[in-house]
Design a protein around this ligand. Structure first.
Ligand SMILES: [Zn+2]
Length: 296
């Protein structure tokens, strides 16, 4: 499943083709993905200019000039590709050739910009992705967004914020970090990696990182830094590109080659001088990878 760094990579990959372009027509090739498209989706977005591409948690946000926002979620296997040039009947200059089966192309955004016509195509073999439309003014109260915590990429995510959320909690750190009401868009891979970087056990109670006055202990400051740095590193590497996910330009990201604990059960811990072995456990139905020797 694409995690936040992949979605951010997709956003950055699509921005040059979409930002400022006229969305001439949204072509829906089916009535639904994971959910039905809103009945008037195509009519609402067609003929509008795209102001900007944003992201909230793992949702891509396409802001239109009339104040509407297209919300797109990649689900398990969704991806976008950009085709530039006139169109299939006039084979153009395909900058981003892809091997994916076109029968899974479900949405085509036909664009026109100063660079000429282009198509942004949404492909999703498993159809767990979805699209919706709402207004920018009511976005924060939309059912997808109203309960979300802070972004792991923003300055608001600091140790004091997490101390407020974790104070008194017996909940394991792993679960507290995966709770989207605490941190929006942080997923399994990056929680495992951040806990390893911070030297903290995923099983430890979240409340143990907060002092009696409700202030963050040093370990929580280090964990907050680890979360921000692991996400920043993954974005810089272009996402982890596990399984079905491929970047919008068709190239694979490289962060997967630098996982320190995720998917490395039985392999040596990479903490200098540790000598421990990465183990796999199951917490709340999800695989947790950690080094029992150096993560306390
Ligand atoms: Zn270790």
């Amino acid at each position: 499943m694409p995690e936040l760094p992949e979605v951010e990579t997709v956003r950055r990959g699509l921005t040059p083709a979409m930002e400022g372009a006229l969305l001439v027509r949204a072509e829906l090739r089916r009535a639904d993905l994971r959910f039905p498209f809103p009945a008037d989706f195509s009519a609402l977005v067609s003929g509008r200019r795209i102001l900007s591409l944003g992201r909230r948690a793992k949702y891509l946000l396409i802001d239109l000039e009339d104040g509407n926002v297209i919300i797109a979620h990649l689900g398990m296997s969704g991806s976008f590709r950009v085709e530039e040039g006139a169109g299939p009947e006039t084979p153009g200059d395909f900058h981003h050739p892809r091997g994916k089966d076109e029968k899974h192309d479900h949405v085509v955004f036909h664009l026109l910009s100063a660079k000429g016509p282009a198509r942004v195509i949404y492909n999703d073999p498993r159809r767990f992705g979805f699209m919706d439309i709402t207004n920018r003014d009511t976005l924060a109260s939309h059912v997808f967004f109203r309960d979300l915590g802070e972004e792991p990429t923003g300055n608001v995510l600091d140790a004091s914020y997490l101390a407020q959320r974790f104070a008194g909690k017996a909940q394991p750190l792993k679960s507290a970090l995966l709770d989207q009401k605490n941190i929006a868009g942080l997923g399994n891979i990056y929680v495992c990696e951040a806990l390893w970087r911070a030297g903290l056990s995923p099983m430890r109670a979240a409340g143990t990182l907060v002092d009696a006055k409700g202030k963050p202990k040093k370990a929580l400051v280090l964990l907050t830094e680890a979360i921000r740095s692991v996400i920043a590193d993954a974005i810089a590497a272009g996402g982890s590109s596990l399984r079905d996910h491929i970047q919008t330009d068709g190239t694979l990201g490289y962060f997967q080659h630098s996982f320190s604990v995720y998917d490395r059960a039985g392999e040596p811990c990479r903490t200098p001088g540790c000598g421990g072995t990465v183990s796999r456990a199951v917490q709340a139905g999800r695989s947790t990878f950690h080094c029992p020797k150096c993560q306390k």
